[in-house]
Ligand binder design. Structure first.
Ligand SMILES: C[S@@+](CC[C@H](N)C(=O)[O-])C[C@H]1O[C@@H](n2cnc3c(N)ncnc32)[C@H](O)[C@@H]1O
Length: 338
């Protein structure tokens, strides 16, 4: 019998490249970023015995429930953070993980539903919390110090005008709270100008930075990579789709790691020894969208897919900065959710 189609607005990216790099899918997979299930669907339709899906956003549950109906016993959804995937999966008593996929960031549903507060285009409350819990973007923008706002915009958004934007935020909020996405976007637009040469909205980098900061996205990514590495069988596959250079740098460096801690690695290098790589690459260069996918789904433009195979079971102890995690003041902690 033909499986019924699930209607969703999020178009998953690079799924055909994923499928052609992994022609025979089997065993138990983790989809650590379920969203509307594009990757879970590909896995279930291509031979996975079981998919354990994780998403930090409780709003994906109605879609996941449909998956549980369509693939009874083969699909399980867990609400949680993929940085704790080992613990979440251990709670199910499942071992022998054959593959993990992480399709990072936010989904189209986050952007399209204005009340979630991620959208520059559709006005909504300044929220941006994927988990719907903890401090929001509004708390950060209205209560963080000018220095912290500037640091976040610069380091998480690579926004060159971070200082000027932070100064304007602090000046405006002393008169009136900044509570909506349009208020913030137009404030930034006033500082930077609309510049007809800009391909993206002038507030895009700042919105990305604030979202990454309050959802603790980069630290979660590092913990998720470590947790996933420990969970995977030797021979298992780890696929990650990243959407900006900060994420991709972390993924690339992690996939290039070797066994032993960094200090041990340096010691070994000094005495001319060697250590084993953790992974073998399936694709030497990251996969990006081709012209057809770019045309059909412009959101795929920044996406990069890297897939590796775990080849050794080692001890991973790393300093997050060595993977490229920007060093941001610890006072950010009080504004992070999830
Ligand atoms: C780009 S979307 C994934 C789209 C999905 N692959 C699809 O085809 O529909 C990213 C999803 O991951 C979730 N997410 C982001 N960070 C997460 C984290 N640390 N732990 C669990 N879920 C996370 C978001 O809530 C969002 O639903």
């Amino acid at each position: 019998m033909k499986k019924p189609k699930i209607v969703s607005k999020h178009v998953p990216v690079l799924t055909s490249d994923f499928s052609s790099l992994i022609p025979s899918i089997s065993g138990i997979w983790i989809d650590g970023t379920f969203g509307s299930g594009g990757y879970s669907r590909v896995l279930l339709e291509s031979g996975a015995e079981k998919v354990i899906a994780i998403d930090i956003d409780p709003d994906v549950l109605p879609i996941a429930e449909r998956f549980e109906e369509i693939w009874p016993g083969m699909f399980k959804i867990l609400t949680g953070n993929f940085c704790e995937m080992s613990e979440l999966v251990a709670g199910l008593g499942i071992r022998n993980i054959t593959g993990i996929v992480l399709d990072l960031g936010i989904s189209s549903m986050h952007v399209d539903i204005s009340t979630r507060g991620f959208s520059i285009k559709n006005d909504g409350p300044l929220d941006m919390r994927m988990s719907k819990e903890g401090p929001s973007a509004c708390d950060f923008i209205n209560y963080a110090s000018e220095t912290l706002i500037s640091e976040v915009l610069l380091k998480y958004g690579e926004e060159r005008h971070a200082k000027a934007i932070a100064k304007q935020i602090v000046s405006v909020r002393s008169e009136t709270p900044i509570e909506s996405t349009h208020q913030l976007a137009s404030l930034i637009e006033k500082v930077l100008g609309t510049g007809s040469t800009l391909r993206i909205h002038p507030a895009t980098r700042s919105f990305q930075a604030i979202r990454v900061a309050i959802n603790n996205e980069l630290q979660n990514l590092i913990q998720g990579l470590i947790s996933g590495y420990h969970l995977l069988n030797v021979g298992g596959l780890f696929a990650v789709i990243s959407f900006h250079s900060l994420e991709d740098r972390i993924v690339k460096r992690f996939f290039n790691l070797r066994t032993n801690s960094e200090s041990a690695l340096n010691e070994l290098k000094r005495i001319g020894g060697n250590s084993e790589p953790l992974f073998e690459k399936l694709n030497k260069r990251p996969i990006v969208a081709d012209a057809q996918e770019l045309f059909q789904n412009p959101r795929s433009r920044p996406a990069k897919l890297r897939i590796v195979k775990k080849i050794s079971d080692g001890y991973v102890k790393i300093r997050p900065e060595s993977l490229g995690l920007p060093n941001v003041s610890s006072s950010l902690r009080e504004f992070q959710c999830g």
